[in-house]
Structures are given as C-alpha cells and as structure tokens.
Design a binder for this molecule. Structure first.
Ligand SMILES: N[C@@H](CCC(=O)N[C@@H](CS)C(=O)NCC(=O)O)C(=O)O
Length: 317
C-alpha cells in the first residue's frame, strides 16, 4: 500500500493521525468525460483496469456487462494482493507491459501525486487516464457508447434521478465508504462514529425493500449496483475484517433477498469473485490481519436459493 509523490512511489499506509483516527478517502483526480473532442467515442480506444476485489471497480465491471461493452472496452484485472508496491499485475498488462499499476499513473502524468487506485479508464490514443472515479465511469458507460453498441438500457433514467441521487447520498458515506471508515479507523471513537450510521442506513434500506423490490421501485438503477457491490462483500469480509458485526446481511430478510436477486440477475454472479475478494482484504491489510490467514467461510451457497421478489427490470431509454 502506498502512493505516488511527484511521480515517485512511496510505500506507506493511510495517515489517520491528522484526522483523529478517522479514515478520509481522497478524491479521484482524473475526471474527464467521453464524448467530447478530447475523448471521442471510438471503438478500441479505451481500456478498463479493475480489481475483482474492489467494490468501486466492481461497479464498473457490472455496468460494462449490462451495457454490452465487453467487446468494446477490454478489461485488465490487477492481482488481489496489494502489498508494498500497491496494485500489481500478475502478468505484464497488455498495453505497455507494465508490472505495477502506478506506472500507468506516471505514464499519464509524470509528476502525479496521490493515491493509485482502481478502477481506471484509460485512453490508448492520448495515453492518459480518462477517469478514475467509479461513479463517473458508470455514468459514462450508461450512455456514451449507446450509438455504437445499440444498447439503450438506462440505469440512471430521468424520471428516477432525484430518487437515485437521494439513495446515493445516503449509501456512499454511510455504507460504501462506511465499511471502510469502520475498518480503517484507528481509534475507538472513529470506529463507533462510522459503525452507528452504517447500521442505521442498513435499517432504512431494509424497510424500503419491504415496500419496493429495488431501491427506486421495480427497475434496477445505478443506486442498486452501487449498493450491491458493498452488500456482496459484507458477510465474507466486512463483518469480520472491518468489524461491521452488528448483523450480517443474511440476517436482514429483505436486504438478503435483494442481494440474492441482483446476484442472480443476468450473469452478474460472474462478476463476483469471492476468492479474490477475501484474498485481497485479509492478505493485503497486514496491519489489520497480521497473520494474513484468510477465513475459509462463510458458506454463501444460499445466494443461489429461491427469491421472494421479482427479478429487476431494466429501463430502456
Ligand atoms: N473514488 C474512487 C475510489 C477507488 C478506490 O479507493 N479504490 C481502492 C480499491 S478498493 C484503491 O484502489 N485503493 C488503493 C489506495 O487507496 O491506495 C472510485 O470510486 O473510483
């Protein structure tokens, strides 16, 4: 784990001293869009770098799949082990033969200072990072390539936007980032300040899912996908490794059924790699789990069991 400072790799863990033990996530720095003059829609031009372990990258993998972008935007996954060199590739990545993910960042910007994260949407023509913020990558995947792919599924439909935004505003700080705020907290107080809102938000969603099958109704939207990638990691990793242990997702009837319904939908289960998910967290965060022993459980076979809610619908723009 580390970061780049003026283009040089420094191996260091997150600094929580200045923030009273609180983990503060840095904003992503590459925030370009596709579709303008700089990054036009072109076949074979863009490449996606992900980690199968990472919940943020997982969002982009799901949307890439639902939007039929697989043949259009190739993907490379990093190794699940993120140790002193940060993210690395198991075999040289296909575009430049790099071994380290941070080489891509300095290729894009020689003096880059900041964290080296996944996902990364890369432009092969200008040899730069287009965007490394998953919430923006999924928005651009949702619409930018429609004219090429003919896929008009809309995960952010106009009439549901205010609802989707409202859910995202609750879910990002308290759940998506909330589990990290629990797990990376280095004081009791910082941990408890993350733990309480996490389970309050899960209760709110449990109630909503007793009324509507998905967050905004019958359609699957980006809000559901953003929530799902945290829920699917919750029982195998966050309960134990990040100490988010008031309840498991399997203990909430509606949240569990909802997680199963998304898992079983349209091959989304193929984007879930539990072996890499467990390996990444338990093996890479040696300051949290110094033995690096990876738990053998839990048994997640019930994810394939029968549902009590209809499969999601996909809105067509
Ligand atoms: N805002 C980013 C966050 C991405 C992120 O933090 N990814 C983690 C992996 S789960 C990472 O690469 N961490 C490496 C680090 O912080 O050094 C997004 O949503 O795309």
């Amino acid at each position: 784990m580390g970061l780049l400072v003026d283009g040089l790799w420094c191996d260091q863990w997150y600094d929580t001293k200045k923030s009273g033990g609180h983990f503060l996530r840095e904003d992503a720095q590459f925030r370009h869009q596709i579709g303008g003059d700089s990054y036009p829609v072109e076949e074979g031009r863009y490449h996606l770098y992900i980690s199968h372990a990472c919940p943020w990258a997982h969002r982009t993998a799901i949307v890439r799949h639902l939007k039929d972008l697989e043949g259009f935007i190739p993907v490379t996954a990093v190794s699940p082990d993120m140790l002193s060199d940060g993210w690395v590739y198991d075999s040289p990545e296909p575009n430049y033969g790099y071994q380290f993910h941070h080489q891509l960042y300095t290729h894009s910007e020689r003096n880059y200072t900041g964290r080296v994260t996944v996902p990364v949407l890369w432009d092969l023509k200008t040899e730069t990072i287009v965007n490394n913020e998953s919430s923006e990558i999924i928005r651009l995947f949702n619409s930018a390539f429609n004219i090429k792919t003919g896929n008009h599924i809309d995960l952010y439909p106009e009439h549901l936007r205010s609802d989707i935004n409202r859910w995202n505003d609750l879910i990002y700080p308290s759940i998506n980032n909330g589990v990290y705020r629990c797990g990376f907290a280095t004081t009791q107080q910082a941990y408890e300040e993350a733990f309480t809102p996490l389970f309050t938000a899960l209760n709110t969603i449990e109630e909503q899912l007793s009324v509507t099958p998905y967050l905004t109704g019958e359609y699957l939207t980006e809000a559901d996908i953003r929530l799902f990638t945290t829920l699917i990691r919750f029982d195998p990793v966050y309960v134990g490794h990040f100490k988010c242990n008031l309840k498991r997702i399997a203990d909430y009837p509606n949240l569990w059924d909802y997680t199963k319904a998304i898992y079983q939908f349209k091959g989304i289960s193929n984007t879930v790699h539990f072996d890499e998910i467990k390996r990444h967290y338990y093996f890479s965060h040696a300051n949290i789990n110094p033995t690096q022993v990876i738990p053998a459980g839990p048994d997640l076979s019930a994810l394939n069991s029968q549902l009590n809610r209809p499969a999601p619908k996909l809105f067509q723009a």
